[in-house]
Write a new protein. Structure first.
Length: 164
């Protein structure tokens, strides 16, 4: 009786599973990194806003922070580049807080986090932003600190020009 070699076809199954798993992981990493907001993208959007953005506008956006049950809705009115009114969920805010809102304030907010996240020793973050291709205005922004840290989402619901 001749010795038959052992059947090793089952090995190919496990090789295929490992190769496909690695391909899936690499694809997700590449996709995730492609979505990350870079300083160059941020700077380009901000320059476009400074060049072609609105000076008088009404901005409505929602902001949700991790753990908050509901999103906060802000309505900001700016005239000639200066914020003249802000309301949070329909309640007007104090005039001293106006400089903290508006498109320019959102850019400053994002820049602060980009600079903070770039420092050595900071936890890894996922930051994504989309900007209007014509004006550079923010459309949406997500910043999530990995490992269960804070998460912030900002979604611009409308940006309407106002007459001066």
């Amino acid at each position: 009786m001749a010795n038959t070699p052992p059947n090793r076809r089952w090995l190919w199954y496990f090789v295929a599973v490992v190769v496909l798993s690695l391909a899936a992981v690499v694809t997700l990493i590449v996709f995730n990194r492609g979505q990350q907001l870079t300083r160059a993208q941020f700077d380009a959007a901000r320059k476009l806003w400074e060049k072609k953005g609105l000076q008088s506008y009404q901005l409505t956006y929602t902001q949700r922070k991790k753990g908050d049950a509901k999103a906060e809705t802000y309505v900001v009115r700016a005239r000639s580049g200066t914020v003249v009114s802000v309301s949070l969920d329909g309640r007007p805010l104090e005039k001293r807080l106006f400089p903290l809102y508006g498109i320019n304030a959102l850019f400053a907010y994002m820049l602060d986090f980009l600079e903070q996240d770039a420092k050595p020793g900071q936890p890894r973050t996922f930051t994504r932003a989309r900007f209007d291709p014509e004006t550079g205005a923010l459309r949406d922004y997500v910043r999530n600190v990995m490992g269960g840290g804070p998460r912030v989402e900002i979604r611009v619901d409308s940006l309407v020009p106002l007459e001066d």
